[in-house]
Design a protein around this ligand. Structure first.
Ligand SMILES: Cc1cc2nc3c(=O)[nH]c(=O)nc-3n(C[C@H](O)[C@H](O)[C@H](O)COP(=O)(O)O)c2cc1C
Length: 327
């Protein structure tokens, strides 16, 4: 399944798995890259030294494609230089497209991507020199940049820019992948589906809650804003209700680098296998895609099912043949 995205980055599957701090373990990123899709490494709260070490290990572990994600409010320039030298893609999210950041990453040889939430942001990112974009609809899990749902945003972005565009937000199945490819996207980016991958670092009770939930169980909120205020995010509503019933300011403990740190009530940290305490009351990020997360499977299996189902959906529609994507 070749698209403008796979050709640009050198992958064989038009799927990118989002960088998710605490969830995107090296095992998950490597499994995704080994399976021919694109794995993304989160950098929030990581030192440049630790990042260099982990990217070096990842390169030894997989011959596949991976990139590095930067959240603009937490960006460390030293990490950016390392990422641009040691990975195929450097990607930014949650800030206005910045020509200097983009050219400094490109100067080291990386392709540069920006996850956008509006048409204006997409146009600005292309003008500032990005090689590819991710259009994120409000259905997305985790932090949500814009105010428009995926399809209206995607259509407008595809009309306005010339670089390959990935679609993100609410996508979890092969039908979803086929749908966005048929729209003209160069691939899909998924987060929530892979929180329930075998290799994910998510706490098992977080994964159980995702498997049990349906799309109506998520909501877009600003409640989990400790450490990152004024940034809307989509979570399971049950997490807000659980946190509201607690009165303690600290609801548990987690690992950050080499240290154990307290998890404050309504903090941005989502629960990982290293987290203890009131897991159900922490930020259980989930997109509307959670409707189609009903089992825990290895990342390679999820990806092969996505491709098989997408090809079947394209044939069933009587429209796009998978081979047509290659032209
Ligand atoms: C647990 C979780 C953490 C996330 N963390 C990040 C992040 O650090 N950087 C980023 O660019 N996007 C992050 N996202 C958002 C994704 O990039 C993407 O837009 C979203 O997962 C797509 O929607 P979906 O979850 O329905 O697939 C996160 C999403 C989830 C579910």
């Amino acid at each position: 399944m070749q698209t403008a995205f796979t050709r640009l980055v050198g992958a064989s599957t038009p799927v990118q798995v989002a960088a998710m701090p605490g969830i995107s373990t090296p095992e998950l990123v490597a499994a995704v890259a080994d399976a021919g899709a694109v794995g993304m490494v989160p950098t929030a709260m990581l030192s440049a030294q630790a990042l260099e070490k982990s990217l070096g290990q990842l390169s030894e572990r997989t011959g596949g494609v991976f990139g590095v994600n930067f959240l603009i409010p937490f960006l460390d320039p030293a990490c950016l230089a390392v990422a641009a030298r040691c990975s195929r893609i450097v990607e930014f999210f949650y800030g206005d497209p910045d020509r200097e950041l983009i050219s400094s990453a490109r100067a080291h040889g990386a392709l540069v991507s920006w996850q956008v939430g509006s048409l204006e942001e997409a146009v600005a990112a292309e003008r500032a020199g990005c090689d590819l974009l991710v259009a994120q609809g409000t259905e997305a899990g985790g932090h949500v940049r814009g105010r428009t749902s995926l399809l209206p945003l995607l259509s407008r972005v595809l009309d306005a820019v010339n670089v390959p565009v990935l679609a993100a937000g609410g996508l979890a199945t092969g039908r979803d992948l086929a749908a966005v490819l048929a729209c003209g996207a160069a691939g899909a980016r998924m987060g929530t589906r892979f929180v329930a991958a075998t290799e994910s670092g998510a706490h098992p009770r977080y994964v159980q809650a995702l498997v049990a939930a349906s799309a109506g169980d998520t909501c877009l909120t600003e409640r989990f804003s400790v450490l990152w205020p004024d940034a809307p995010h989509r979570v399971l509503r049950s997490a807000i209700l659980a946190a509201e019933t607690l009165t303690d300011e600290v609801v548990g403990e987690t690992r950050l680098g080499e240290q154990r740190v307290p998890v404050q009530r309504f903090s941005v940290f989502c629960p990982t296998v290293e987290t203890t305490g009131r897991v159900e009351a922490m930020a259980l990020y989930a997109g509307e895609s959670v409707a189609n997360v009903d089992s825990v499977q290895p990342a390679a299996r999820i990806l092969s099912q996505l491709v098989t189902e997408a090809e079947q959906a394209m044939r069933a529609s009587g429209g796009v043949e998978p081979a047509a994507l290659e032209s």
